[in-house]
Write a protein that binds this ligand. Structure first.
Ligand SMILES: Cc1cc2nc3c(=O)[nH]c(=O)nc-3n(C[C@H](O)[C@H](O)[C@H](O)COP(=O)(O)OP(=O)(O)OC[C@H]3O[C@@H](n4cnc5c(N)ncnc54)[C@H](O)[C@@H]3O)c2cc1C
Length: 115
């Protein structure tokens, strides 16, 4: 059984156990709420780096557009911030395509009359 398939009480118990192991805290919570984050993080398949390289090669041909975030270079917040910084650097202050992209996104991305 996957851990997220356990019922709420079991998950609270597991969390309390982990907290106790990590910190020694053994107090009984006055309230608890369980949120299941199914598919909360991207799962990179084999070939991810090559796919990202292909995406970036296509995106590089579109002025004013760069991609970043957990789907690309790592799911941790530091990795997301680093990819955001890299995306901004890539744009290098060139905002010539941004207005076109925001005004006519579909036409801009498909280079024609849209879909
Ligand atoms: C439960 C959980 C706990 C985590 N804990 C940690 C942690 O402790 N430390 C750590 O480093 N990382 C943690 N992470 C990972 C990290 O938080 C994420 O990988 C990171 O926040 C992803 O950033 P992002 O900008 O790529 O995507 P998001 O933060 O998901 O931002 C995407 C944004 O795009 C918006 N959006 C989506 N679709 C559209 C659309 N069609 N139009 C307009 N807007 C849209 C969304 O509303 C959202 O605001 C955790 C993730 C989860 C799920």
């Amino acid at each position: 059984m996957a851990v997220l398939e356990k019922d709420d009480a079991d998950l609270v118990g597991i969390s309390r156990h982990d907290l106790r192991e990590a910190t020694g805290l053994n107090a009984t919570p006055v309230a608890s709420r369980v949120t299941r984050w199914d598919d909360g993080l991207p799962q990179y398949p084999v070939g991810h780096h090559a796919r990202v390289a292909r995406v970036r090669a296509h995106v590089a041909a579109l002025p004013g557009l760069a991609v970043c975030g957990a789907a690309y270079d790592g799911v941790g917040i530091p990795a997301c911030i680093a990819s955001a910084n890299a995306a901004v650097d890539q744009l290098a202050g060139d905002l010539t395509g941004v207005e076109q992209l925001t005004r006519h996104p579909v036409q801009s991305l498909h280079g024609g009359g849209g879909e």
